[in-house]
Design a protein. Structure first.
Length: 261
């Protein structure tokens, strides 16, 4: 699998300021890659003891059988990954509370392209960093994939998001997460994070806002947009009409299924 180069954060030391209760049941944070995986993980780390955080790897289909212990109900852990929906994944995670995080496919295309050309990503696609391809070509490749190297947008969303919606999950939109982080003192944010913690089986502490602010500090995430290095291209803030049409062609009905109009 490709390698993700990230620097260690200081969130374990930050978490020592809080009185953190033990996790009572396994929790698995599943997500579409480049949908805020590290952001959600870092927030919830402020509510789970370090000893109950499964850090061996991001759990994915190829390494699932190596990390089955992450879902042992006798030893509750908070784990995270990008896991396909299939018989084995549904079976192995059956004891866990499942959180499913995804983002608007239109924005995902840009985030994926930016990450692939950054220094934080290393794999069999380093030629994309050469500067030979223009932005339109890179964005198109993110939609349709690269044969034998990277799956298409539809392939990723079909098995990492859409199929899980037919299972027992607590779905989260990245856009909702970010919006409520920007207005933490609002009743809507309180309802949102209360629902998230309840889905994880975590009692909401009185200092939940401080914990969320600490975990969501973008300086602590090496994969946040502004912390990516080596990105020599200026990507658009939003996907243009032509590439939005290509997304709709490649994955018809996907955005509506995920709750985007």
């Amino acid at each position: 699998m490709p390698q993700i180069m990230v620097k260690a954060d200081t969130l374990d030391a930050e978490a020592e300021r809080f009185d953190i209760a033990p996790l009572r049941q396994p929790v698995f944070l599943n997500s579409v890659p480049k949908s805020g995986s590290h952001l959600l993980r870092n927030i919830l780390r402020m509510f789970v003891p370090a000893a109950q955080q499964y850090r061996a790897d991001f759990i994915q289909w190829p390494n699932l059988q190596q990390h089955r212990g992450a879902f042992d109900p006798a030893r509750p852990m908070l784990s995270w990954g990008h896991l396909f929906f299939a018989d084995a994944s549904a079976f192995e995670t059956a004891s866990a509370r499942r959180i499913l995080l995804y983002r608007d496919p239109y924005d995902w295309v840009i985030a994926r392209a930016r990450f692939f050309v950054s220094e934080q990503f290393s794999g069999n696609m380093d030629h994309l960093k050469s500067g030979v391809l223009d932005i339109d070509e890179l964005l198109t490749m993110m939609i349709f994939g690269l044969p034998g190297k990277a799956p298409s947008l539809n392939d990723i969303y079909e098995m990492n998001a859409a199929a899980w919606l037919g299972a027992r999950v607590h779905p989260l939109k990245y856009e909702d997460l970010v919006a409520h982080l920007g207005d933490l003192d609002s009743p809507a944010a309180e309802s949102f994070f209360s629902s998230l913690l309840d889905a994880c089986g975590i009692d909401r502490p009185d200092d939940w806002r401080e914990r969320v602010r600490t975990g969501s500090d973008r300086k602590q995430s090496a994969t946040a947009r502004e912390n990516l290095t080596g990105v020599g291209l200026e990507f658009p803030a939003t996907l243009g009409a032509r590439h939005r049409a290509l997304v709709d062609y490649q994955a018809p009905g996907l955005r509506a299924l995920l709750g985007y109009s």
